[in-house]
Design a protein around this ligand. Structure first.
Ligand SMILES: [Ca+2]
Ligand SMILES: [Ca+2]
Length: 73
């Protein structure tokens, strides 16, 4: 369960307005806030992989699935 808590807290850090969905804008802002350089292309490719229902936002369950896939890779 501790891994799930890690995922949930990582999700909360990215979900800046706490609406339960990470938008590309939030992702970009969160990354630049922590000093990471990320391009729109990189964000598009992350969202293309993680946003499985293609609504343009990443929900906690999509985030959890993407995280789990990344850990297994
Ligand atoms: Ca949000
Ligand atoms: Ca989605």
């Amino acid at each position: 369960m501790s891994a799930n808590n890690d995922i949930a807290s990582a999700f909360e850090e990215l979900d800046l307005d706490r609406d339960g969905q990470i938008t590309q804008d939030e992702f970009h802002t969160a990354m630049t806030d922590r000093g990471e350089e990320i391009t729109d292309d990189e964000i598009s490719s992350i969202f293309a992989d993680a946003d499985t229902d293609k609504d343009g936002k990443i929900s906690l369950s999509e985030f959890t699935d993407a995280w789990t896939r990344a850990e297994q890779a």
